[in-house]
Design a protein around this ligand. Structure first.
Ligand code: 3H9
Length: 700
C-alpha cells in the first residue's frame, strides 16, 4: 500500500499491517494506506480483512501532531465509515493501547480480538477533545450509555477483559495475537459470519437522570472544562437521534472542541510533559548508573512520602532517623499512609504489606554504605544539610548518587561539603511525596551527566514527572510562587477578603485559592523564616503583616484549627471569621492603605502575571530549559488548571503584548519594585515574536 501500511493476501484473509512507530498514530499516510487496503480487499478474492499493528501497540489515536494544521484527506470519520460499510468482514487485532481514533478504528471494524494485556480507551477528553470518529456513537451502542459516559469522561483506558464484559471486544487471548487473530478470522469466514455494523444497532434508552448525574460529576471533577459537557451531549444525541444525524452532531462538536483554547492548552501540556523528560545537551546514549536500593535521611512527612514512592516501585529503602523514637514515629506515619491507601481502595492489603516491607529503618549512617542513591529530607537548615553531606561522603560507596530534597537551599554549596560534587544534585519532591507527581531535578554546577540521566530515568520508574531546574533560590516553582503569594496578600489588604481572593483564583481554575494554601501549609512557616531575617530584608510589610499578626494570635492555619479561616474540627470545612477581617482592615489602616473594591479580574491578573513575569526571568537565566517545563511544574506541583496550559502557555494565549501592557499598568499603579517587566518579555513583544519561536531558536 505505502511505507506504513502493508497488504498481504494470505489464503482468504487480507492481512493489513500498520507500521508507524512509535505508537502507530493515524497520520495521513496511515489513513490513506488503510483506505487503499479496504478498497483493494473489496475487489480481490479475499473473504475477510484483518487489521494488525507492528511494534508496541495497536493504533494509539489520531496523530496529535497534525492537529491545528489544515486537514489532509482522507478524513478519519470517512475512512471509518468506509471500513464499517465494507462488504467483507473486517477484524481488528488489538495489543498495547488501542486509544482514541485507534479504538474507533477497531469499533468500526466488524469484530475485535485482543490480547489480555491490551487496554482500550477514549482519552480524548484529556486533550480537551471528544472522540470525533464515531466513538461517542458506537460505544453506547455496545456498552450502554452509562459505561460509555464513564469511559469517555474519565478518559482512562480499561483492560481487554473489562472491554470484553462490556461487549466492546469479542475475544480475548493470552498470547500469540497474530496467530489467534488469523484463526478467529478464519472461524468467522467458515461459520458464514456477516459484517456486523454497530451503527445499525440501537442505543438502549436511559433516564434523563443519568445525564444529569454525569453533568453534576463533571461540575465537580472537571470544573471549568468544556469537552466533558460536549461528550455528554454527543451520547445523549446518540440515544435520541438516528445514527447519520447524531454522527454529524459529533463531528460539529469535535470541530468546536478543536478550536477551543482549552484543547490547545491540553495538547500543549501533553507534549510539554514528554519534552520535559529530555535534557538539553545530554547525550541520549549517556550510560546510567544502577539504582537497586536507596537511602532516605529524615522520617518526617516528606522523607516518609519519598520512601513510599520508591518502595511502591519495588526499590528497597533504608530510612535513617536520629534516634529510635524519631524512627518509630516516622515508620508509624508510613504505616498509617499505607493503611489509608488500603482503606481508600488504592492498594490491596497484600500489595501494601509488600511495599511497606521494602522499607527498613536505621539510626546509623553506616546502614547507607551499600545503597546506590541517598536522598536527604531533613528540615531546611543549610548547616545541618552540609554536615549530613559530609557524613554521606564518608560512608557512601564510590559512585553513589547523593541528593538533597531541599526546596530553597543552594545545591552547589551542599555539594561543596563533599569530595564528590559530581555525584550531588537536588531531588525536590512535593508534599505528599507519595502522591504528588512533580519532581524538580536540580542540576548543580558540577553534577555529572550520568547522575542527571540516571535520576531522570529513575523518576519515570517511580512514576514522577521530572523537570530539570538550575540552582536558584526556590528553583522554578517556589521562586515563581513568591510573587503570586505576595500579590494575594496585597489584594487582601488593599480591599479583598480571604474568600474574595480565594474565590477569584478558584473560579479561574486553581485547585485551591492562595489564602487556603497558606492555611494548609501553616502560617508559622513563613513567619519563622521572616523572623530569622533582619526587618529590612523582609520585603514589603503589606505583604506579610496580616499573616504575622494571625500567627501571633495563635492562628497558625489548619493545624491549629484556625488561620485565615476557622476550620470545623470534624469536617475541616473552612468558614470566614469576622476577627480575621478586622485584622485585615486594622493592618491596612496602620499601613496607610485606603481600601477599595478589587474585582476578580484584577486579582487573577495580578497573581497570574506575577507568576509569568518571573517565569520569563527564569527562562532568560536558563534556570528552566524551556517554557513548557515551567508549565509542567505548575500543572503537576501547584494545582494550576491543565486546561489553561500553565502560566507560560497562558501568557502566550492571552498575547504577550497584552500581558506586558497589564504589567506596565501595574508598575505605574503599584511601583516598579514588584512590577518591573522581565527583559525577555519586553524583548519578545518588541520583536513581535512568540515564546514558542524564542524557544525553538534557543535550542537550534
Ligand atoms: C484522537 O484520536 C481523536 C479522534 O477521536 C478523532 C479524530 C478525528 N500522536 O507517551 P509516550 C508520541 S485524539 C502523535 O512517551 P508511552 C509521544 O509524543 C488522540 N504522537 O510513550 C512520544 O513522542 P516522543 C487520542 C504521539 O509508552 C512517543 O509517541 N489518543 C501520540 O509512555 C511515545 O509516547 C491519545 O490521546 C499521538 N496520538 O505511552 C493517546 N501518542 O518520543 C496519547 C504518543 O517524540 N498517547 N505520541 O516524545 C498516550 O497516551 C501515550 O503516548 C501512549 C504510550 C499510552 C500511547
Amino acid at each position: 500500500m505505502n511505507d506504513v501500511v502493508t497488504y498481504v493476501l494470505d489464503g482468504e484473509i487480507a492481512v493489513v499491517t500498520v507500521n508507524n512507530p512509535p505508537v502507530n498514530a493515524l497520520s495521513q499516510a496511515v489513513r490513506q494506506g488503510l483506505l487503499d487496503a479496504i478498497r483493494r480487499a473489496a475487489g480481490d478474492g479475499s473473504k475477510a480483512v484483518l487489521i494488525l499493528c507492528e511494534g508496541r501497540t495497536f493504533i494509539a489515536g489520531a496523530d496529535i501532531r497534525e492537529f491545528g494544521k489544515p486537514h489532509a484527506e482522507p478524513f478519519l470519520p470517512d475512512l471509518l465509515n468506509e471500513i464499517e460499510a465494507c462488504d467483507k468482514i473486517v477484524v481488528a487485532a488489538l495489543h498495547g493501547t488501542a486509544l482514541g481514533g485507534g479504538f474507533e478504528t477497531a469499533l468500526s471494524s466488524h469484530y475485535r480480538i485482543a490480547l489480555a494485556s491490551a487496554k482500550v480507551g477514549l482519552p480524548e477528553v484529556k486533550l480537551g477533545l471528544l472522540p470525533g470518529a464515531g466513538g461517542t456513537q458506537r460505544v453506547p451502542r455496545f456498552a450502554g450509555v452509562e459505561a460509555a459516559l464513564e469511559l469517555m469522561l474519565s478518559g482512562t483506558p480499561i483492560p481487554a477483559g473489562r472491554a470484553h464484559e462490556l461487549g466492546l471486544v469479542d475475544r480475548v487471548v493470552e498470547s500469540d495475537l497474530e496467530e489467534e487473530a488469523r484463526r478467529f478470522t478464519q472461524e468467522l469466514i467458515d461459520s458464514g459470519a456477516q459484517p456486523r455494523r454497530v451503527s445499525e444497532l440501537e442505543v438502549e434508552a436511559v433516564d434523563n437522570a443519568v445525564f444529569d448525574a454525569a453533568r453534576a460529576m463533571v461540575a465537580k471533577r472537571a470544573r471549568g472544562q468544556n469537552a466533558p459537557l460536549r461528550i455528554i451531549e454527543c451520547v445523549r444525541t446518540a440515544m435520541t437521534m438516528p445514527f447519520d444525524q447524531s454522527i454529524r452532531r459529533e463531528r460539529e462538536l469535535f470541530e468546536e472542541s478543536m478550536r477551543d483554547p482549552q484543547s490547545a492548552a491540553l495538547r500543549h501540556a501533553f507534549f510539554a510533559e514528554r519534552e520535559a523528560a529530555k535534557v538539553v545537551g545530554l547525550d541520549k546514549g549517556t550510560p546510567l548508573r544502577d539504582v537497586k536500593s536507596i537511602g532516605v535521611i529524615g522520617g518526617g512527612t516528606m522523607g516518609g512520602g519519598i520512601a513510599m514512592s520508591f518502595a511502591n516501585a519495588g526499590i528497597p529503602v533504608t530510612l535513617i532517623e536520629i534516634n529510635d523514637e524519631a524512627l518509630e514515629r516516622g515508620l508509624a506515619i508510613i504505616e498509617r499512609n499505607y493503611a489509608g491507601s488500603v482503606k481508600r481502595g488504592k492498594l490491596s492489603e497484600e500489595k501494601a504489606a509488600e511495599c511497606r516491607g521494602r522499607i527498613t529503618g536505621a539510626t546509623d549512617y553506616a546502614a547507607l554504605a551499600g545503597v546506590d542513591l541517598v536522598i536527604e529530607a531533613v528540615f531546611e537548615d543549610p548547616e545541618l544539610k552540609k554536615q549530613i553531606f559530609a557524613k554521606l561522603d564518608a560512608v557512601c560507596k564510590p559512585g553513589a548518587i547523593l541528593a538533597t530534597n531541599t526546596s530553597y537551599q543552594d545545591v552547589d554549596a551542599i555539594a561543596a561539603a563533599t569530595s564528590r560534587p559530581e555525584d550531588v544534585l537536588g531531588m525536590h519532591f512535593f508534599s505528599p511525596a507519595h502522591i504528588m507527581k512533580l519532581l524538580e531535578v536540580v542540576r548543580a554546577e558540577n553534577t555529572a551527566d550520568d547522575v542527571l540521566a540516571t535520576v531522570m530515568a529513575l523518576s519515570k520508574k517511580i512514576r514522577k514527572v521530572a523537570v530539570v531546574s538550575g540552582v536558584c533560590y526556590g528553583f522554578i516553582g517556589n521562586r515563581m510562587l513568591q510573587g503570586y503569594f505576595r500579590e494575594a496578600q496585597l489584594c487582601l489588604v488593599e480591599g479583598g477578603s480571604p474568600e474574595s481572593v480565594d474565590k477569584a483564583m478558584f473560579d479561574w481554575g486553581m485547585a485551591m485559592g492562595p489564602i487556603s494554601v497558606g492555611d494548609l501549609a501553616g502560617l508559622d512557616v513563613g513567619y519563622k523564616a521572616r523572623q530569622a531575617l533582619p526587618e529590612d530584608e523582609r520585603g514589603d510589610p503589606a505583604a506579610y503583616r496580616v499573616p504575622d499578626v494571625l500567627v501571633e494570635m495563635g492562628r497558625l492555619g489548619q493545624k491549629s484549627g484556625k488561620g485565615f479561616y476557622n476550620y470545623d474540627p470534624e469536617t475541616r470545612r473552612p468558614s470566614p471569621d469576622a476577627e480575621v477581617q478586622a485584622v485585615i482592615e486594622k493592618e491596612a489602616a496602620a499601613l496607610g492603605i485606603e481600601r477599595r473594591e478589587i474585582g476578580a479580574d484584577e486579582i487573577v491578573d495580578r497573581l497570574i502575571f506575577a507568576l509569568a513575569n518571573e517565569g520569563f526571568r527564569i527562562l532568560e537565566e536558563g534556570i528552566a530549559q524551556r517554557p513548557g517545563d515551567i508549565d509542567i511544574v505548575y500543572l503537576y506541583g501547584y494545582g494550576f488548571p491543565a486546561w489553561r496550559g500553565g502560566p507560560m502557555h497562558y501568557a502566550e494565549a492571552v498575547g504577550l503584548d497584552k500581558v506586558l501592557a497589564r504589567i506596565v499598568e501595574f508598575r505605574d499603579r503599584f511601583g516598579e519594585e514588584n512590577w518591573t517587566p522581565a527583559p525577555l518579555l519586553e524583548e519578545l513583544v518588541g520583536e513581535g515574536k512568540s515564546l514558542t519561536e524564542w524557544s525553538i531558536r534557543k535550542h537550534l
